[in-house]
Design a protein around this ligand. Structure first.
Ligand SMILES: C[S@@+](CC[C@H](N)C(=O)[O-])C[C@H]1O[C@@H](n2cnc3c(N)ncnc32)[C@H](O)[C@@H]1O
Ligand code: SF4
Length: 402
């Protein structure tokens, strides 16, 4: 019997390099903004199809596709022709009739009604739209390629094109952002045909334009971040969208993020910047090395055992954002090592103790989780503390837990 598989494809292109974004920090602007006609983008699409063609015969023997996720960058930046060709490459190699959820990530300015119909037509049944804010001044300041009206239109057009499962991403807690501005964006979001919300407290990540601005004159206030998040939680849960993980509200839950965060199944990552967890090996192509990937899409930058301490930290940092946390049985299935043994490694233990300074970390026979009331507090605190190079003089630390 075959096992379920999450198939991820990474599209490392965007219309803008947003001032806050820590997903594409390593990607040079000249690669990020390659247009459809550019030879390097065409080579990329050929390279990713090569990777799919070469790896899929072995995968087909062991797995059946359960979930598809195209992220980035901005997956919806692809033209309709590129979308059909890449989805076709997957359909040529895998029987996609077993796929329960197929998500594409998109930015508002790249989502035309025509493209949305094509996306629905090829097989996507969920769309995640990066909106960030419904405030034109804020959108300009953070370097977005769209305004608030365009974002509202993209959501409505997606709904009209037949998407019944729509997520939008919003960021809250930008330095100096008022609670009125946060509440206004959330209220606008609630007026749209959206069933799932991803609310990310702003991370002032090194290498981003906004982080440099914060250093020049702003101040990072963790209490303000937590208040902004709690305000959002109050508005969304009050409107009937339950919080089931840090940042995630609504239903149905995002199957791909749950699978990935909680190690519910193996995954294959196609493309530059993608990672895979296959047969207890963790394989990665580093971001920002487009030319290298195009030349050899089968040479991984990292090929490590899934139970290495660095990976345990990474897996825990994702799983513990969810209410269920890290399940001991799933951890052992994916990595081959008992969760307790993995947690006895000094760096893992010290990470859990650091978390426990900010919220209740619960360890029992079933696994490890954080008390649901404390998850946001822990991760907002760690966003900053763990960010290398954060200058403590400019950070107002989270008030100690009572
Ligand atoms: C890979 S992006 C995909 C969305 C799409 N490219 C767009 O921007 O419309 C994933 C999401 O991560 C979030 N994100 C990126 N950088 C962030 C940061 N520094 N702090 C908080 N959230 C961030 C944004 O909400 C963004 O929509
Ligand atoms: S937020 Fe989205 S569009 Fe902006 S740089 Fe990041 S991935 Fe690209």
């Amino acid at each position: 019997m075959t096992q379920p598989l999450l198939i991820y494809a990474n599209i490392p292109f965007c219309n803008s390099k947003c001032h806050f974004c820590d997903w594409v920090v390593q990607v040079p602007v000249r690669d990020l903004r390659l247009g459809e006609q550019s030879p390097a983008r065409q080579s990329y699409l050929e390279a990713i199809k090569t990777q799919i063609r070469v790896q899929s015969p072995t995968l087909r023997e062991l797995y059946h596709p359960d979930i598809i996720y195209w992220g980035g960058g901005t997956a919806s930046i692809l033209s309709t022709g590129e979308i059909e060709s890449l989805y076709g490459a997957l359909a040529d190699e895998f029987d996609l009739s077993t796929v329960r959820e197929a998500t594409i990530e998109g930015s508002p300015e790249s989502l035309t009604p025509d493209k949305l119909r094509v996306l629905r037509g090829v097989g996507f049944n969920r769309i995640s739209i990066g909106v960030q804010a419904f405030d034109d001044a804020r959108l300009r300041r953070i370097g977005r390629a769209h305004g608030a009206d365009q974002a509202m239109k993209a959501v409505r057009d997606a709904h009209e094109a037949g998407f019944g499962n729509i997520n939008i991403d919003l960021i809250v807690g930008f330095p100096g952002q008022s609670s009125e501005e946060v509440a206004e964006s959330v209220r606008t979001a609630l007026s749209l045909p959206v069933n799932h919300f991803s609310i990310y407290p702003y991370r002032a990540s090194p290498g981003t334009v906004l982080r440099k601005q914060v250093h020049r004159g702003g101040q990072l206030d963790l209490n303000m971040q937590l208040s902004a998040y709690e305000l959002t939680r109050e508005l969304l849960t009050g409107a009937g969208f339950p919080e089931y993980a840090m940042s995630y509200f609504g239903a149905p839950r995002c199957q791909s993020d749950e699978a990935y965060y909680q190690l519910r199944m193996d995954w294959i990552g196609f493309g530059s910047g993608a990672n895979s967890l296959i047969g207890r090996r963790y394989l990665t192509y580093e971001k920002g090395k487009l030319a290298r990937y195009n030349t050899n899409p089968l040479a991984f930058d990292v090929n490590a055992p899934a139970d290495s301490p660095q990976l345990t930290l990474h897996f825990l940092s994702q799983a513990l954002t969810t209410v269920e946390g890290m399940d001991a049985r799933l951890f052992q299935q994916r990595t081959g090592t008992p969760l307790r043994t993995a947690c006895e490694q000094p760096e893992v233990m010290s990470y859990l103790l650091k978390m426990n300074d900010h919220g209740r970390v619960i360890v029992d026979r079933d696994g490890i989780r954080i008390h649901p009331d404390d998850i946001a507090r822990v991760f907002i605190a760690l966003n900053w503390i763990d960010t290398p190079g954060t200058d403590d003089r400019e950070v107002i630390q989270l008030t100690t837990r009572t």
